[in-house]
Ligand binder design. Structure first.
Ligand code: PMV
Length: 334
């Protein structure tokens, strides 16, 4: 029997960063995180299990993949479907509306869309609504993917070692509840990151003098960020966002050897955003496991932030996003 389904998931940008695991096999985060689901910036994925196939294949943006990315995807599918060796092979077709593996959160949207499509194909669409189960499945593929299953502003709770259900995503605010909130992304001409986030997290946990301090701060930051969201307090949310990003990168710099994702242009963007703030414009910098600067702001300021980023040489283009919706099944993937 052929089993097939398509899904779309938006990427998300963490306002309070997740960095570090407390249980590697279960992929449980060592601290909570909080994210902004993007709008129409994400990944389409089609999964097809077919007895006629004689090998598993992964296609990303029309290119057949080999190596580490492929193994991670097929390991995720085997865990999710609990497949036996006699079960049919699978082909996965993925199209990213974001640069792949470059710190622009493509693994979050990628694993969220993959989890949704594979669940619908293998078990039927009803199973995709089983919330703790599907959230846990996505998190095991990539922790940030659990956040991409949901729309709006989302928290992923801290894991307890050995307890697979301990860490799951919950929505703090729906996407239509804060229409003024905006994210502006500066995209550099940059290929995939040299070190995967899992490798970099483990290295940070093992060797950074600032790792424990980062985890402690993340717990307080999430609690305060939730409070600012309930009060629609952009000033406080922005302040936490910028601090959390810099604390995560400080933990990375404090590893041995230190990991530096920033480029010169990333720092230039940080200073330009701070300069806007001194002129009274509400805008706060964030950055993930890559060099691309991202900025939390409001609708009235987004165009100015976009012009500011665009005027920095090496920023190739700028993307704008309001809060986006939850991941969904699609009748067809484009
Ligand atoms: O879910 P992963 O393994 O791709 O890690 C995501 C890590 C950051 O993007 C840097 C932070 C975050 O919370 O999204």
């Amino acid at each position: 029997m052929i089993r097939e389904a398509c899904a779309f998931a938006n990427a998300n940008i963490a306002l309070v960063k997740y960095w570090g695991k407390c249980d590697d096999p279960l992929n449980l985060p060592a601290a909570p995180s909080l994210s902004f689901t993007l709008h129409q910036l994400g990944t389409y994925t089609r999964v097809r299990f077919d007895p006629a196939y004689d090998s598993n294949q992964l296609w990303i943006n029309g290119v057949l993949q080999t190596g580490e990315a492929t193994q991670r995807v097929f390991a995720h599918l085997s865990r999710l479907t609990e497949r036996k060796p006699t079960d049919p092979c699978v082909h996965v077709y993925t199209r990213n509306a974001l640069p792949t593996a470059s710190g622009l959160a493509s693994s979050a949207s990628g694993f969220a869309a993959l989890t949704l499509a594979a669940t619908a194909a293998w078990f039927g669409p009803e199973r995709t609504k089983e919330m703790p189960w599907i959230s846990t499945q996505a998190r095991q593929g990539s922790a940030s993917a659990a956040r991409s299953l949901l729309g709006g502003l989302v928290v992923l709770s801290e894991g307890q070692p050995g307890d697979n259900l301990s860490s799951r995503a919950t929505q703090i605010l729906a996407e239509d509840q804060w229409p003024d909130l905006q994210m502006v992304l500066g995209v550099l001409d940059e290929g995939p990151k040299p070190l995967s986030s899992t490798q970099a997290m483990n290295h940070t946990r093992q060797s950074s003098i600032y790792y424990d301090a980062f985890l402690r701060a993340a717990r307080t930051d999430v609690a305060q960020a939730i409070d600012s969201i309930h009060h629609r307090d952009l000033e406080q949310l922005g302040d936490i966002t910028e601090c959390s990003a810099l604390r995560m990168h400080a933990a990375l710099w404090g590893a041995h050897p230190g990991i530096v994702y920033f480029r010169g242009v990333t720092l230039e963007a940080l200073h330009a955003i701070r300069a806007l703030r001194t002129q009274g414009h509400p805008a706060w910098f964030t950055c993930d496991a890559g060099p691309h600067p991202k900025v939390l702001t409001n609708r009235a300021t987004a165009a100015l932030v976009g012009e500011t980023l665009q005027s920095i040489p090496s920023i190739r283009h700028v993307l704008f996003s309001s809060l986006g919706a939850a991941a969904r099944l699609c009748t067809e993937c484009p």
